[in-house]
Design a protein around this ligand. Sequence first.
Ligand SMILES: [Fe+2]
Length: 357
Amino acid sequence: MAVKTHTVEVGYDEFCGALAAKDLQPLWTQSGKLMPKQPRPTTVPWLWKWDTIFALAERAGELITVKRGGDRRVLALANPGLDGQPYTSSTLWGAIQYLGPRESAPAHRHTPSAIRFVMQGEGVWTTVNGDSCEMRPGDLVLTPNWAWHDHHNEGDSPMVWFDGLDLPFVGMMEAVFFENHPDLRQPITDHNGSERRYGGRALRTRSIGGPLPHSPLLRYPWAETDRALAETLAAEGGPMVSLEYTNPLDGRPAIPTFSSEMHRLAPGGHTRPHRKVGSSVYVVHHGNGTTIVNGQRFDWSPGDIFVTPSWSIVEHQSAEQADLFSISDRPILQALHLYREAELEEPQEVIATFEPK
Ligand SMILES: [Fe+2]
């Protein structure tokens, strides 16, 4: 049998050019970048001030009409480390959504899941698969994967909430589907029905049907979150207690792809430095305080939003009681056995203070 051989007799640079011409790349020139000793996130720690984003959201309310095509009046919190992409971290979408008086955002659905954390306003509801869910400050409302949802403001004042989505991750997995509802408003079949069936207790109506791929509870009202935070802090003490919004049927995260959490810092609380794999986006609900991220000091007030990248060292501190809502990509990492966390002994040295734009 004849053996066919090919010999490449060229210099090194020419060889690399020959590889590129055939859509090949050497590993040996980039193995350190591809396999760093620990995560090297492109997401950078960042903070957006409420006064700044609210003023621009109001202006968007004057300039932009919510209608089919655009569908939503949303300002994405775009992390400067992500090369112009409209993402808050490499895996999480964070944004401000503004709905003016008597406005409606039309019904649609998509495979990226979303949570809405209400920051300001009254008299709005979001209909999720026929169930109209009230939205009041501090409430969390879910619009899970492929659930029809439309938002309505029947009040006289504008409404602002934080949108958290797994859109960067679902987009990276090339799994995004989107569909408009045939009508601007989907039919309403219930009002706060998920709370009646699944909220606030362990007794459930029988024969509700099989398990859903997400929490059947769609609204987590602030009053219950506040009570749970107060009771947990009283029982366990500070410096901070953290609660996760869960699926009441199985205790897993309310949205399978990202966690939603609420943290309460006790007055004078200062958490130990902590690092974890995966990013988090925080929304300040109450109180003034400071978070130190990799030696950089971020001062925050109600309505401010900030992001902590993967494996960054994070400490929270506050002179007064403070509540921080957050989302993180931890459930994906845990499901794939990629999650790690560590607590450090010594507080970080503060070497810089973040100056918001
Ligand atoms: Fe949507």
